[in-house]
Design a protein around this ligand. Sequence first.
Ligand SMILES: O=C(O)c1cccc(C(=O)CC[C@H]2O[C@@H](n3cnc4c(=O)[nH]cnc43)[C@H](O)[C@@H]2O)c1
Length: 242
Amino acid sequence: MKKRILPDPPAYVLIVAAVEAERDAVVRGLMKACPEESCGEAEGPLRRVGRYIVVAGGVGPAAAAASTALAIAGGPPLRYVVSAGIGGGFPGAAPVGSVVVATEIVCADLGAETAQGFASVDELGFGSWRVKTDREVAEALAEALRQAGMAATAAPVLTLSTVTGSGETAAELLRRVPGAAAEAMEGYGAALAASMHGIEAMEVRALSNAVGPRDRDAWRIGDALAALERTAAILPEVLNIR
Ligand SMILES: O=C(O)c1cccc(C(=O)CC[C@H]2O[C@@H](n3cnc4c(=O)[nH]cnc43)[C@H](O)[C@@H]2O)c1
């Protein structure tokens, strides 16, 4: 009997933002990329544009992990989970207003304080503080953003439960993860939930502020949301999923 080859199920992408303003910026961008699509019925914090499901999952790694796990359990087959939103840029690595695409997602405060300094859970033997991403896809998205005239780089992105507020902490974080370009609060949570389901994780951060001494007046959230929207408008072309 001839074996029937079933077509691959359509792959979907789950994009997890923290708050509604970020979710809505992503939806606006996706609508530009997929003008034939309409934004699906509002289902609580969840929106759908074509094969993209966008959720406002809450602030912090625990909320992101819980929301991502919930969305995965109740949704269609996924090709990617993308943690997307605003973030802080490490001075000299990524300027405010630019975009950082994660080459790896590192939970930079997951470990222990020891007499010799910070020890990650990896060093303690309790698991891993990082989720690797597909570097080729990360580089391709960063290049597509640069081709569109945006400042963008692919580099490690940190997840923290506390927004860095001093130069000392910023320096310590760079000692822990050399080459880190951005920090935020949700990536590792979303990526861990994805990886537990065998789904590829990504993280994209549009930078609203510099990592270091707290200066709320210097935050440029509007510019970062605009960059996030532009990034979402380019994402479907890079992932070849609409
Ligand atoms: O320092 C403050 O009072 C302050 C002012 C504005 C926003 C905050 C936040 O806590 C925002 C956290 C929220 O935004 C992401 N985000 C943006 N920049 C950073 C950062 O430098 N470090 C960590 N997270 C950042 C984060 O993913 C959250 O969703 C505080």
